[in-house]
Design a protein around this ligand. Structure first.
Ligand code: URA
Length: 437
């Protein structure tokens, strides 16, 4: 006899393992309207406390994946590889990474998200390019990936609709911070892209979802195990997210900075993060023999201009003004500038990424509700990064705002995010760990 919904919730509540078919049925019935929201919410809370083993997580991931359609990219030759980041402040890696990897011969079908909470979203940053469209129909998406090598769009109605409904329930029932639920949510959307391989950037630190290395490692391990069991090549890289990545936090200014990377003049930490993740993608996509080989190929794609050319083609194919790629300064930022000055002489020892991210949201660069619009031109530019020497009164950051009066309070918050000391802080590596199957 099949167990009822109530019996399945009770079994998980009591710490039992459910059969894969039971999880598939529960999800199928939920999508079809046979399981009420309050029952799903109770099940999610039971999972929050009791967890799901790998087989159960694969079953949940696949049920969520098949609640919608899986994009068919079989007409695009070669292994398709994407990257997913768990989210950070100043993380504009996807924008430079996709054209660099595509220029090296690995097609990148990328379905990205919008900013929510203190972390920004790739779609909001890309839409700072005049005319750039992220709501490309699925058929055009596949064509652009084939013709250009990369295309970056937003989640469509067809992609893992069960995730959308379940995420909305998790959001209001305090069940977001559950590793198996995060894994199923991320992987169901990524597997729907029709990819062969996935590189995960699991951020760890003050500005990340996962604050401790232990929790980031647990999430990365499970993402790799479940993704591999679902038949994909998966690698996770743990990267530090204590201070913002690069110097720009906002939308237009972040896109500018990502374009700077393509021109060979990006900030060191952003370039390093892009190369580390891109090299893994080239290895998964069969275009590099090793991570070192992949790094060399990506550097060559910057040096010979091929990454810039892919970006120009991608922007044009998605309706945007491709002229901004050659001249990123064309991306307009707000004209009122407020300077933040060092409160003492010494060294910058830290910049609280969470505080900067939250200030960005308060400025209008991010959103607190999913239906809000963002202002592409506002943002923060960091002039002094951790480890750099300062004299009292030096400019350490600038805010680009629409009106000076409200900007004053925000600049105090940015000032408060800077920490100073008499000596430079210990230089910690960007990459904290690497997890493979
Ligand atoms: N990102 C997602 O897509 N889902 C989660 O559950 C958490 C982060």
């Amino acid at each position: 006899m099949e167990r009822t919904v109530v019996e399945l919730i009770a079994a998980k509540r009591d710490g039992n393992v459910l059969a894969e078919a039971e999880i598939a049925r529960l999800l199928g019935d939920f999508v079809a309207g046979g399981v009420a929201d309050y029952q799903m919410a109770a099940f999610l809370m039971a999972v929050f406390f009791r967890g799901l083993d790998d087989a159960e997580t694969v079953a949940l991931t696949e049920a969520m994946l098949h609640s919608g359609s899986v994009l068919d990219l079989s007409a695009v030759p070669g292994l398709k590889v994407d990257k997913h980041s768990t989210g950070g402040v100043g993380d504009k890696v996807s924008i430079c990474l996709a054209p660099m990897v595509a220029a090296c011969g690995v097609p990148v079908p990328m379905v990205s998200g919008r900013g929510l909470g203190h972390t920004g979203g790739t779609l909001d940053k890309l839409e700072a390019i005049p005319g750039f469209r992220t709501d490309i129909p699925v058929g055009d998406f596949a064509r652009i990936v084939g013709e250009v090598g990369a295309c970056m769009i937003g989640q469509t109605k067809e992609i893992a609709p069960a995730d959308k409904r379940i995420y909305a329930l998790r959001d209001v029932t305090a069940t977001v911070e559950s590793i198996p639920l995060i894994v199923a949510s991320i992987l169901s959307k990524k597997l729907a892209e029709g990819i062969d391989g996935l590189v995960l950037d699991v951020k760890v630190g003050k500005g990340a979802f996962m604050k401790s290395e232990e929790s980031a490692r647990a999430l990365a391990d499970k993402l790799v195990r479940v993704g591999t069991r679902a038949g994909k090549k998966v690698v996770a890289v743990l990267t530090r997210m204590d201070a913002p990545l690069g110097r720009a936090v906002g939308n237009a200014n972040e896109t500018r900075e990502a374009l700077d990377v393509l021109h060979g003049r990006g900030p060191e930490d952003l370039v390093e993060c892009t190369l580390v993740l891109g090299a893994e993608m080239l290895v998964l996509g069969g275009k590099a023999a090793s991570v070192e080989d992949g790094t060399a190929k990506l550097r060559a794609a910057i040096a010979d201009g091929s990454a810039v050319r892919v970006m120009e083609k991608m922007v044009a194919a998605q309706g945007g003004d491709a002229g901004v790629v050659a001249d990123p300064a064309k991306l307009a930022v707000a004209s009122e500038i407020l300077e933040v000055k060092a409160s003492r002489s010494g060294f910058v020892t830290g910049i609280d990424a969470l505080a900067i991210g939250l200030t960005g949201v308060a400025m209008g660069a991010g959103r607190t509700r999913a239906d809000q619009a963002v202002d592409p031109g506002v943002g923060v530019e960091i002039d002094r990064k951790p480890g750099e020497a300062v004299k009292s009164g030096d400019v350490v950051a600038r805010l680009f705002v629409r009106d000076r009066a409200s900007g004053e309070k925000l600049s105090e918050r940015v000032a408060g995010a800077f920490e100073y000391g008499d000596a430079p802080p210990p230089s910690l590596p960007l990459v904290v760990g690497r997890i493979t199957a």
